[in-house]
Design a protein around this ligand. Structure first.
Ligand code: GDP
Ligand code: IMO
Ligand code: MG
Length: 430
């Protein structure tokens, strides 16, 4: 049963891309199961830093086939640009190396315009989306009004007609609101060009993966976003519109649960969030600046997709414990442990106090979560630069204790941590 599901355990940007890149070295297929180009997955290979949005992080390995699952929403024009940018960097992107599900949904220019309009209308209560049209595209999917990637295999006229009709339907609502309507024909033109490029890549992914699994191939399911952004299990409505949790991998790829061998959670050694919504351990001040970085390094906490500064705070084991329970992690990996070096002491949120009561798991409503006061445990920090460590015994005792305490508080094994963005900057328990 050679399938690993990799899930972000927090609010996204946990370092999933770099972990997938590591696991892909011993995999045949990397299959992304949710989200669209709201994601930004960074993989650093020496001088080159790759930022992947729709294409799975496995693409950087010559012998790996990358798969985009039906659970994704695809922006065909941006996908063609991303393919081109990879080719410019010397990465082969061919139908032998990339497979796109025929059942994924297409993000249209109308979805993007609607995302902008909805956020503007929400004003101060906005979700803080990436403005990539993600919510409106999933809304059309579940409302059974979407256009699918497989529709690009139709007769060109038929595909164009569907697209123009979808944009014109949205236009009538824009006009009612006094907003500028879109030029449906011009938009359709760029989508038709993209469809021409993408047609050879489109397949039934569910069958492709089933046959690969039957043939004994090893598959890494690459999550996007994170557990706390899940439309069902996150802090609704400050979530994305897909299912980044482990269950989403099965529906988002069309595979059965008996193939799953392990569920690997990826969490940053502290908390970050980009966009709106409650974040109980959020900090202002020096520690927050230490965690975020100045922006001088590519790994500093500024959005990979939008460039927005990420909100930073102490690690929240109430949320992590919840992520362990929602996903059933067999193992958790901690990233960016190196960033904690130099802080005199470290705090871990171990419970919330809400209206006088203690909670070990997040409360039922977002309103209660907004009132949560974290209860902290304080641990000693370490001053050493740990970016050169490769074995657990090489880490300073305070760093080992920090990792052990997180594992104990969340009741999950932690066998690997990362101490820098590069492929080899990993510490594993042997
Ligand atoms: P993803 O969306 O989960 O793939 O994560 P992002 O790529 O959006 O953000 C994670 C950032 O942290 C990227 O810039 C990575 O290069 C960087 N990163 C990952 N692991 C480490 C680590 O262990 N140490 C440091 N310093 N940076 C890391
Ligand atoms: P990766 O895969 C961090 C957040 C947005 C916003 C909310 C809804 O790189 O971890 P959307 O555009 O999806 O409708 O926005 O979700 N968000 C992410 N935050 N990492 C991501 O992806 C995210 N994708 C969406 O900031 O709060
Ligand atoms: Mg990211």
């Amino acid at each position: 049963m050679p399938m690993t599901i990799l899930v972000g355990a927090q609010w996204g940007d946990e370092g999933k891309g770099r972990v997938v890149d590591w696991l892909a070295a011993s995999a045949d297929i990397v299959a992304r199961y949710a989200g669209g180009d709201n994601a930004g997955h960074t993989v650093a290979l020496g001088e080159q830093v790759f930022k992947l949005h729709q294409i799975p992080s496995g693409i950087l390995h010559r012998d790996v086939v990358s798969v985009m699952g039906n659970g994704m929403v695809v922006n065909p024009v941006n996908l063609v640009k991303e393919m081109e940018a990879l080719r410019q960097l010397g990465i082969e992107v061919s139908p032998e190396r990339l497979v796109i599900s025929s059942r994924a949904h297409i993000i249209t220019p109308a979805h993007i315009a609607l995302d902008h309009a909805k956020e503007a209308a929400l004003g101060a209560a906005k979700i803080g989306t990436t403005l990539r049209g993600i919510g409106p595209a999933y809304l059309d999917k579940t409302g059974r009004a979407g256009i699918r990637t497989g529709d690009m295999l139709l007769d060109v006229e038929e595909f164009a007609e569907r697209l123009i009709s979808a944009i014109e339907t949205a236009n009538s609502s824009f006009e009612r609101q006094g907003a500028q309507s879109l030029d449906a024909r011009a938009a359709a033109e760029s989508y038709l060009q993209a469809a021409d490029m993408l047609r050879p890549f489109i397949k039934d992914v569910s069958i492709y993966l089933y046959e690969a699994l039957k043939a004994g191939k090893t598959i890494i399911c690459e999550g996007a976003q994170g557990t706390l952004l899940d439309v069902d299990h996150g802090s609704y409505p400050f979530v994305t519109s897909s299912s980044p949790t482990a269950g989403g991998a099965l529906t988002g790829l069309g595979v059965g649960p008996l193939f799953v061998e392990r569920v690997l959670g990826v969490a940053k050694a502290f908390s970050t969030r980009v966009g709106g919504g409650p974040m109980p351990t959020e900090l202002k001040g020096d520690v927050s600046l230490h965690l975020r970085g100045s922006g001088a390094n590519f790994w500093d906490e500024f959005g990979t997709t939008t460039g927005r500064p990420r909100r930073c705070g102490w690690l929240d084991t109430v949320m992590l414990r919840y992520a362990v329970s929602v996903n059933g992690f067999s193992e958790l990996m901690l990233t960016k442990l190196d960033i904690l070096s130099g802080l005199p002491e470290l705090k871990l949120a171990v419970a919330y106090e809400i209206d006088g009561a203690l909670h070990r798991y997040p409360p039922d409503t977002n309103e209660q979560l907004a009132r949560a006061q974290p209860k902290y445990e304080t641990l000693p920090g370490w001053q050493e630069d740990i970016s050169g460590c490769r074995r657990f015994e090489q880490l300073p005792p305070a760093a080992r204790d920090y990792v052990a305490r997180v594992a104990a508080l969340c009741d999950v094994p932690i066998n690997s941590v990362s101490v820098g963005p590069e492929r080899q900057q990993l510490v594993q328990r042997l």
